[in-house]
Design a protein around this ligand. Sequence first.
Ligand code: ATP
Length: 254
Amino acid sequence: MTTATEAQTASVRGGGAAPLLAVKDLAVSYGNISAVRGISFDVFPGEIVTLIGSNGAGKSTTLRTVSGLLKPRRGSVTFNGKDLKGIPGHDVVKLGICQSPEGRRIFQRMSVSENLDLGAYARTDSPEQIAADRENVLELFPRLRERLSQKAGTMSGGEQQMLAVARALLGNPKLLLLDEPSMGLAPVLVDLIFETIAKIRDQGVTVLLVEQNALAALEVADYAYVLEHGELGLEGKASDLIDDDSVTRAYLGG
Ligand code: ATP
């Protein structure tokens, strides 16, 4: 049964569309350590959804399970109507989920240009389309265009973060997973990266964003879930959670 509030939320969020990503009762463990304990959430097409929470809450674990890198102990992940159970990470990419991982994990010894090429490795559409997407990504991140031949490992932290997001975008995702894109960045670059995430959403890419920088995440996101010790607590429109006292106290330094 759906409550009136749930029905209202669904209509506001999805506009009647089915969720692009539906996570149901997801539980993930590392050996005896239970990192995610039965969480359910949705991401509707065209949204930026953020999962916020403190260190060790289970945010990265959730993303890595959605992208097929970890196997859930229980529960389901459904993408575009398809159950992802048993589908390995490289096939999840082909379905349209691309992740920009925490800590960047770009190929340090390769050039920026080669890293971008690798982002498109799983695509089967035309070289012209890939070239057009590459051009679009270089417009989103002009700094990368200036550095195409530079070894990725010699770029600044902020530039490497941009490259990680750009590389994930070149996979032509329907759903872009971003793990802590602001980590280690100076405030001016945090602003730039979040402005770019909003542009990416405006270009039609749905985004699931994991962040410890709750304020920046809530400012850019449409909808937010708070994860604590592997369980979901509050959820709501991001603009409402910014004003919520308990969120302000716990995550916004209020
Ligand atoms: P952070 O913001 O600090 O990255 P997080 O919310 O992303 O935190 P996770 O990285 O998902 O949290 O970690 C959730 C829990 O799982 C933590 O207790 C962590 O110590 C544990 N954990 C994560 N990765 C592993 C692993 N490879 N082996 C064992 N335990 C792990």
